[in-house]
Design a protein around this ligand. Structure first.
Ligand code: 4AZ
Length: 267
């Protein structure tokens, strides 16, 4: 979907932006964090579909010559993800069928260190192809990537805001943070899974993943994001675990090939 109140993004400005697709249809945002790994939201994963990711293009529909589409080989959804009452641990990783080559249009985004804490009020940016208005039909969402500023609100403060408005406790659970904009800029349906990034000394860091909100761009309701720093250990563990499986599979496969050959050539 397209962002509410945003502006069209320039080419190459957000080279880690990914579109997660099913049958060539955009379903969610995502971000490239490594040659072969894409970060998204758990609620973007609906089950056993053939997912692909498209990147290297600000237009979500038409393939520029810079665009690359890669099938997803495997998806890891956080095992404590849940979406009853509120959404929690809304994070998932997709392993691509093959590694992508970086280019001026395709670059990974840095992840925060575990100890990193984004300061409240910091101006960061959310990008996506989601809806431009809460009431916009999903099928008329924009083709062109949109960007909007978001001021960071920490979890506790954000939770208090929701509590005051909705008289409900613990809407914003641990592992989430919020973003708001006094001019009503917000993420919306279709932006989910996409990155919230902040700039530090010319380096962009992904601090959030678009997760949920009460409508889009409604005054007084911040957008809620999964807190990427909070999940850093989880992310590293998943990537390491999968990478440690791969060489074993290769070695076994290699041995199977080499052994019969060896028996042939030894007298
Ligand atoms: C959604 O429906 C959604 N304003 C995502 C983010 C926000 C609202 C709705 C945040 O996927």
């Amino acid at each position: 979907m397209r962002i509410v109140g945003g502006v069209p993004a320039a080419e190459k400005k957000w080279p880690w932006q990914v579109s997660l697709q099913i049958r060539d249809t955009h379903i969610c945002g995502a971000s490239l964090i490594h040659h072969q790994w894409v970060l998204t939201a758990a609620h973007c994963i609906f089950g056993h579909f053939e997912y692909t990711v498209k990147m290297g293009d600000i237009n979500v529909r038409h393939g520029a010559h810079t665009a690359v589409t890669v099938p997803v080989r495997d998806i890891v959804v956080h095992k404590y993800y849940y979406s009853i009452g509120t959404i929690s641990n809304d994070i998932a990783l997709a392993l691509l069928e093959f590694p992508v080559n970086y280019s001026s249009h395709i670059q990974p985004i840095c992840l925060p260190e575990k100890t990193f804490k984004v300061e409240s009020g910091k101006e960061c940016w959310v990008t996506g192809w989601g809806k431009r208005e809460e009431s916009e039909p999903s099928d008329s969402a924009p083709f062109h990537l949109q960007e909007a500023e978001q001021n960071i609100i920490h979890r506790q403060k954000c939770n208090e805001i929701f509590q005051r408005k909705l008289s409900r406790n613990d809407m914003v659970t641990e592992g989430a943070l919020c973003g708001s904009n006094e001019r009503g800029k917000d993420s919306c349906q279709g932006d989910s899974g996409g990155p919230l990034v902040c700039e530090y000394n010319n380096t962009w860091i992904q601090v959030g993943i678009v997760s949920w909100g009460i409508g889009c761009g409604r005054r007084g309701f911040p957008g809620v994001y999964a807190d990427v720093g909070y999940f850093r250990d989880w992310l590293v563990a998943q990537v390491n675990q999968a990478s440690s499986l791969d060489p074993v599979a290769l070695l076994t496969f290699g041995l199977l090939l080499v052994l019969p050959l060896g028996t042939l050539v030894t007298p």
